[in-house]
Design a protein. Structure first.
Length: 514
């Protein structure tokens, strides 16, 4: 069992309860690492395209990825559900505009079953190393505690937000009470009636804090940087509406398109040209904070001093009212250390606490986490990347032929459903595999020299003038200060560029015994 105080050190996905199948195939055409949205989408699309000899290797005990792992009270998607779902697996039964985590997890479980993938998903499979066997012209996936899997193609779909980040605060381990990370919630720890401290005010905290405040004796929210928070137009879908979605042809698609276009507008208005609508929105949110938070000192603490959109814009209707409660304190003094009894602040004062909740996000500096990928010539992908992970369209990298990434570098979004990107990538990978399959056995499809560099130059150039580079600290930026996580344009732009696989940018690389 994972220790409450060490969510990041222990097994990252908790106990594995699913028994492994007795006879596992160890040679397939396509191996997919990860059975979250990305991996399941890739598997289903490949299967439908007739590429059925595939295997999904998932380190957790069930499918779902981040939606399996984030079970904290209040967890929900901040993109509307009719948009945050796969275009070929629409769901008329979403109960709310922004559905809660259990519903999204159930959607993914159902999808895995309905798509007929269950017999090709291996759970509890921690793939540590993926290595190109040049002599045989295929990839070898080394698993922990199981024989390797050999595959002609490998797709990594490991997700960007998988490894909880434990804050580097001296003394955290000495805290006597429970310490729990939002991404490794433990419902067995009773927080009722306790003095609880929450560190962080990002997308997870904003959903969790309003759920905790009513049950704790006192809640202290340790805020380092306030977030821009806009209202969430959440509501329940009634029975008649759900029936209409189910029975009226085209209605769900039309609803989805409307939601998509509404989200997509946020890109030019907030990120590309933030000085117009962005300034206006900043003004409106400032007024709304003053309206909801009567204490002017607290209202001032909650107003960000950076441009809206520089960090993720959050959506909530109960964040400000919760922080204004008399049994909630927003603490903006820096935490200098933690001892057995609580938190010590920068002015030396102590804040006694019974439990600590870390809403401190995820380690994102390596898009593939601790997975080692070794390509042509024995080159290690992480060493090759250095501090700036990069890939052409976030999908392919030179020297790693027949290998593809879902949600690789520079393909996350701050304004729309990331599943639009996932589906675009899967569509592209499918075409790439089609081209690569037509090659002789001893030739693999590789990106041409210089393609990634040209692409990344363009990405950096486009990022430079946009709001993400306007001066705040965010997880979007890597140690080099370059934005290696977000796509720098609209999703329409990405869809256009991935619609057709551009074989002119790729070449066949000869492999085989030397
Ligand atoms: P996050 O956005 O990275 O927020 C982490 C918070 O912890 C920030 O407020 C950060 O402060 C604070 N923090 C980190 N280290 C700290 C330290 N040493 N001392 C004090 N404060 C510290 O993490 P998250 O809230 O888990 O969200 C991460 C991402 O997950 C989101 O951006 C989003 O993409 C995704 N997410 C999505 C949903 C959804 O509804 N779809 C829900 C939750 C999460 P600073 O801002 O000062 O760094």
């Amino acid at each position: 069992m994972q220790q409450a105080g060490h969510p990041h050190d222990a097994d990252p996905v908790g106990p594995i309860s699913t028994p492994l199948p007795e006879a596992q195939p160890n040679r397939v055409e396509v191996a997919i690492i990860g059975a979250g949205f990305g991996g399941l989408c890739a598997a289903a699309r490949l299967d439908r395209a007739g590429i059925t000899d595939l295997l999904l290797l998932e380190r957790g005990a069930s499918v779902g990825g981040t939606w399996r792992d984030n079970t904290y009270p209040g967890a929900a998607c901040d993109i509307p559900s009719h948009l945050y779902s796969l275009s070929f697996q629409l769901n008329p039964d979403w109960t709310r505009a922004y559905s809660p985590q259990p519903e999204i997890q159930a959607y993914l479980e159902d999808f895995a079953t309905q798509a007929g993938l269950r017999d090709r998903i291996l759970l509890g499979q921690s793939v540590r190393r993926v290595e190109l066997d040049e002599a045989r012209g295929h990839w070898v996936l080394h698993r922990q505690g199981a024989p390797p899997v050999h595959a002609r193609f490998v797709i990594t779909a490991v997700g960007g937000l998988k490894d909880p980040k434990r804050p580097d605060i001296p003394g955290l381990d000495s805290f006597a009470g429970p310490v729990i990370h939002s991404a490794r919630w433990r419902s067995d720890l009773p927080l009722k009636g306790l003095r609880v401290g929450v560190i962080g005010t990002g997308a997870s905290a904003i959903q969790l804090v309003p759920e905790l405040a009513p049950i704790t004796r006192h809640l202290t929210v340790f805020q380092r940087t306030p977030a821009w928070v806009v209202p969430r137009s959440d509501r329940a879908y009634g029975a008649a509406e759900k029936a209409a979605f189910r029975h009226i042809p085209g209605l769900m698609q039309a609803h989805r398109l409307r939601l998509y276009l509404r989200q997509e507008l946020r890109y030019p208005l907030l990120f590309k040209w933030p000085d117009g609508v962005g300034r206006l929105l900043e003004h409106l949110v400032t007024l709304s904070i003053r309206q909801q938070v009567k204490d002017p000192v607290l209202a001032e603490k909650l107003r960000p001093s950076y441009r809206m959109g520089c960090k993720r814009v959050l959506v909530s209707n109960d964040w400000y009212p919760t922080l204004a409660r008399p049994d909630v304190t927003v603490e903006t003094r820096t935490i200098t250390r933690i001892d057995a009894g609580g938190v010590i602040l920068s002015d030396g004062s102590a804040q006694p606490l019974d439990a600590l909740v870390l809403c401190t996000g995820f380690t994102v500096d390596q898009p593939l986490g601790d997975l080692e990928v070794v390509g042509l010539g024995g080159h290690d992908l992480k060493a090759h990347w250095g501090p700036r992970p990069r890939a052409y369209l976030g999908i392919s990298e030179r020297g790693f032929p027949n290998a593809f990434m879902v949600l690789g570098p520079n393909t996350a979004l701050g304004h729309n459903s990331v599943l639009v990107m996932v589906e675009a990538q899967v569509n592209y990978i499918l075409q790439a595999i089609g081209v690569a399959r037509a090659l002789p056995e001893d030739q693999l499809l590789d990106l041409k020299e210089g393609e990634t560099e040209r692409f990344i130059e363009e990405v950096d150039r486009r990022h430079a003038g946009q709001v993400w580079a306007s001066g705040c600290q965010s997880w979007y930026l890597g140690p080099t200060g370059k934005n290696f996580t977000l796509w720098p344009g609209s999703t329409l732009d990405y869809l256009r560029r991935t619609r057709r696989f551009d074989s002119g940018r790729y070449e066949a690389r000869q492999v085989g015994p030397r």
